[in-house]
Each structure stands twice: as C-alpha cells, then as structure tokens.
Design a protein around this ligand. Structure first.
Ligand code: HEC
Length: 163
C-alpha cells in the first residue's frame, strides 16, 4: 500500500523535474535567438585595441619609409646629444653612470675628491686614468659599462671627477 504510494510520488516528481529540464533548454534557445550571436569585432575601439596589443615589439622598416623614420628619430635625439651647445657635460656623464660605483666607492672605486683619487691622478696622470676607464680596470667595465660613451665623454667625466 505504502510502497505503491511512494512509487506514484516518485513518478510524478520525476515528471515535474523532466518538465523543468525541458523548459530550461527551451528558454536557453529562446534567449539565444533573441540576442543573436555576440560579435566583438563590431566594436571599432575594441578592434583597434586588439590590433595594438598584438603588434610586434619592434618593427623593421625598410626603403623610403625606413629612411624617413630614421631621420625622424635622429632629429628627436640630436638635441639631447648636443645639449649645452655641443659641449660635453662631464658632470652629466658622471651622474648618469659613473656615480653608481664612484660616489660610494663600490668595490674600491676611488671616490672623487678623496685621497686615493688624487693619488691615482698624481701617479698616473689624466691620460692613463682616461684609458683605464676606456679599457676597463679590474671590476670597472670598459667605458664604465656603457659602450656608447665616446672617448671625449669619458675624458670629460674623469676631468669632472678630478675637479
Ligand atoms: C661598476 C662600477 C664602476 C663604474 C660604473 C665606473 N667605475 Fe670607475 N672604477 C671602478 C672601480 C672598482 C675602480 C678601481 C679599479 C681598480 O683600481 O682595481 C675604478 C677606477 C676608476 C678610475 C681610476 C683608474 C686608474 O687607472 O686608477 C677612474 C678615473 C674611473 N674609475 C672613472 C670612471 C668613470 C669616468 C666612469 C663612468 C664613465 C666610471 N669610472 C664608472 C668602478 C666603476
């Protein structure tokens, strides 16, 4: 008696659940047909940003376009290279690189204005000190680690350190 009641209940109940499942699926399809396929490419600003994100880090440009880009880059960087009316600023070179070791005496780097610095100068002379920097000396890498520095820039920095 009880068992047949249970059976009837389970049957009814599974029927209801099945009905809900069918309803869910139907609603999903209805909702989809109402909205249409999402189309992210339709947004122009998003397209722009996406293209920007996948650009190569650096572009190789050749021919006339490359020459124009080169001229533009040189025009932009030229004033910086000749700052101070073409005069090389030893202080600027020193502050930009050399002071990282020489202001604190890292690894025995002679500190400007100190006794060891003056001693090296009186023993070796300016030219030798300059060539030490150009060629590197023990811990100090050639040109203080910046191969882009010219001999004149190195000399100006050394002169600044001795003043
Ligand atoms: C990585 C640290 C470091 C940097 C950067 C560095 N130096 Fe040095 N420098 C040293 C050390 C260390 C010595 C001492 C080397 C020795 O005598 O063993 C030294 C020595 C020198 C000397 C004395 C050379 C000699 O013959 O006795 C001069 C002059 C000098 N540096 C100038 C410079 C200038 C100018 C720059 C920047 C262009 C520079 N250094 C950048 C670490 C550095």
């Amino acid at each position: 008696m009880n068992q047949s009641k249970d059976k009837a209940f389970i049957l009814k109940f599974s029927g209801i659940i099945l009905g809900f499942i069918v309803l869910t699926v139907v609603l999903v399809f209805v909702a989809r047909s109402m909205q249409g396929e999402p189309d992210s490419d339709a947004n122009p600003s998003q397209v722009f940003l996406e293209e920007k994100r996948i650009q190569p880090v650096s572009n190789v440009r050749v021919g006339a376009e490359g020459m124009a880009a080169l001229a533009e880059a040189q025009a932009v960087s030229a004033p910086a290279a000749t700052a101070g009316g073409g005069e090389i600023d030893g202080e600027q070179v020193y502050n930009g690189l050399c002071q990282t070791c020489h202001s604190m005496g890292v690894a025995g780097a002679p500190i400007p204005g100190s006794e060891p610095m003056a001693q090296r100068f009186s023993e070796k002379g300016l030219d030798t000190l300059v060539s030490s920097v150009i060629n590197g000396l023990n811990v100090m890498p050639p040109r203080g680690g910046n191969p882009a520095l010219s001999d004149d820039e190195i000399r100006a920095a050394v002169e600044f350190m001795l003043n």
